[in-house]
Design a binder for this molecule. Structure first.
Ligand code: GLN
Length: 547
């Protein structure tokens, strides 16, 4: 049966709890243990699918089609363990389950209360698949003291009481602010945060303290004394050059050892860290730099394209170059010449997106890349824009567009080269959707197979003809334009297995121009970069004449 590690945060948000959890998962793996990471989020949205990327950052999609928090992306990138629907839950989902059961009469007329009904629902969620792994790491979103978070904290308290002694561990992340004027690292906020935690019945076993510099012995002892943890369980988390240095840094600080000690696992299996040492070496010693433009809509918040930025970094690691990302707001050149904004980049990436805003700019970016032979990677909407560009400017379908924008505007302005998909095949099932469906969870979501054309660039990039990638979209390129577009040189080089849905397009007469209907960035890892990102950065490197 799994041992459970609960990760909570205090003092301020955005301390890197997700990263610390992911890095700890990687370290436990390096010692031969199997792990699964989970996120419990206090917000009331049922899932992040309908939350604005401006506010919440990217929506991370799992193979089994769940729209989850971006922290699950970190978990996957660090551990390589594919996240599942059952690895992410919000208060909204928990309450919605409880209310559904109440309506069904499952509670036999009882009064429904936070304790025990909501907390039981949370505990049931935590327990899913507990026999499958050695360690289950559960991160609680938000900060201790938040009103919404209370049922989660109460649930993990009860949970640890129900398990045999020594099977649960609490790790708490806090901030040690540095006061420049007095040259001191302050421990008081951490003391308060732990006090808050203890007032609700939780005593941390390990304290992870974010700080700008190292924690002097004196402060370490003070924290241990006032927060009731062992001095060696006070772990410093200093700012790092790259997130991928976190596993080695935490190992150096003794985090994995402290965890094994707390569980009394002895002798501790030796860690095998060569995977992370290799990644660190590639980060430290790049042989050059390439400049990539991401032409998107949500460019003010980098988290909106988190996985893409990470996958580009991985592509850089594979090619031993640093990838410098510049965010270009597509809307700026909706109505003007894009060239002045796009010159000077070694490659252009147009990411996924929703809605019409900025799409004329994205179409221009695809045109610029095609005409100037700049490497181009179009992801989801970025692929659809490349197809519309080809239809308008090469195939002569001057009014080509996407039904998505007509729906939005409530009029018919475009020839729907990209149309609203209402029926498709998933495994042995037919999935149906209507235009009037709810916005949440109505897309083609999760892993689908694609078949690649022999001899195409993508087949070479993947080194395979059958692939599986994750999707998240409502609209689809219409197969009926295929012959016309292929005759112009835009090859449909990847299709759904039934041959109905275009998955990949590429320009034949171009050094590297690929559009994909899926999200390859979700499956890339630093130690196993995704082939499309590896190939794309390689093309950027060639374009920058580094090769
Ligand atoms: N808005 C487009 C669609 O729904 C693209 C979605 C995306 O880029 N993820 O098909």
């Amino acid at each position: 049966m799994a041992r459970f590690i609960f990760i909570t945060g205090g003092v301020v948000s955005s301390l890197g709890k997700g990263l610390a959890s992911a890095a700890l998962g990687a370290l436990l793996q390096s010692r031969g243990f199997s792990v699964r990471l989970r996120k419990l989020d206090p917000y009331l949205n049922v899932d992040p699918g309908t939350m604005s990327p401006f506010e919440h950052g990217e929506v991370f999609v799992t193979d089994d089609g769940a729209e989850t928090d971006l922290d699950l992306g970190h978990y996957e990138r660090f551990t390589g363990v594919a996240a599942r629907k059952t690895d992410s839950v919000s208060s909204g989902r928990i309450y919605s389950n409880v209310l559904e059961k109440e309506r069904r009469g499952d509670y036999l007329g009882k009064t429904i209360q936070v304790i025990p009904h909501v907390t039981n629902e949370i505990k049931d969620f935590i327990r899913i698949g507990e026999d499958e792994v050695d360690f289950m790491l559960c991160e609680i979103g938000g900060t201790v003291g938040d009103i919404e978070g209370l049922p989660f904290f109460e649930a993990i308290r009860q949970f640890s009481q129900e398990k045999p002694r020594g099977q649960c561990l609490f790790m708490h992340l806090t901030l040690l602010p540095f006061i420049k004027a007095s040259g001191e690292l302050k421990t008081k906020p951490t003391q308060h945060s732990v006090k808050e935690l203890r007032s609700i019945g939780l005593a941390p076993d390990i304290l992870v303290c974010r700080s700008e510099g190292p924690i002097p012995q004196k402060e370490r002892e003070k924290l241990a004394l006032f927060c009731n943890v062992r001095p060696e369980a006070v772990i410093a988390a200093q700012d790092l050059k790259s997130i991928y240095e976190a596993p080695l840094a935490y190992h150096g600080e003794g985090l994995d050892q402290a965890v094994l000690d707390a569980f009394q696992i002895s002798p501790a299996p030796r860690p095998e860290l060569s995977r992370w040492e290799d990644v660190a070496d590639r980060i430290e010693n790049p042989e050059g730099e390439v400049k990539v433009a991401i032409v998107g809509k949500y460019t003010q918040l980098e988290d909106a394209y988190k996985s893409i930025a990470e996958a580009l970094t991985h592509g850089g690691l594979a090619n031993r170059v640093k990838v410098k990302i510049e965010w270009v707001d597509a809307e700026i050149f909706d109505h003007e010449d894009a060239a002045p904004y796009l010159e000077g980049y070694d490659a252009i990436l147009v990411p996924g997106g929703f809605g019409e805003r900025g799409t004329e700019g994205k179409i221009k970016a695809a045109q610029f890349a095609r005409e100037h032979k700049v490497p181009y990677l179009g992801i989801c909407l970025g692929m659809q824009m490349a197809v519309i560009e080809a239809a308008r400017n090469v195939a002569g379908l001057t009014t080509a567009g996407s039904e998505e924008f007509d729906h939005e505007a409530g009029k018919k302005r475009f020839e729907p080269v990209v149309y609203h998909l209402k029926e498709w095949v998933q495994g042995n099932y037919k999935v149906k959707r209507s235009t009037e469906d709810d916005k949440g969870g109505t897309m083609r979501l999760g892993a689908y197979d694609a078949v690649l054309k022999e001899g195409s660039r993508v087949a070479e990039v993947y080194g395979a003809l059958n692939i599986e990638e994750r999707h998240r979209h409502r609209y689809e390129v219409d197969i009926k334009y295929r012959d016309q577009l292929e005759a112009c040189g835009l090859a449909f080089s990847g299709m759904s297995p039934d041959g109905r849905l275009p998955e990949i397009v590429e320009w034949k007469d171009h050094p590297w121009f690929i559009g994909v209907q899926f999200h390859p960035e979700l499956k890339s890892k630093p130690f196993d970069p995704h082939p499309l990102f590896k190939g794309f950065v390689r093309a950027a490197k060639e374009a920058s004449r580094l090769v």
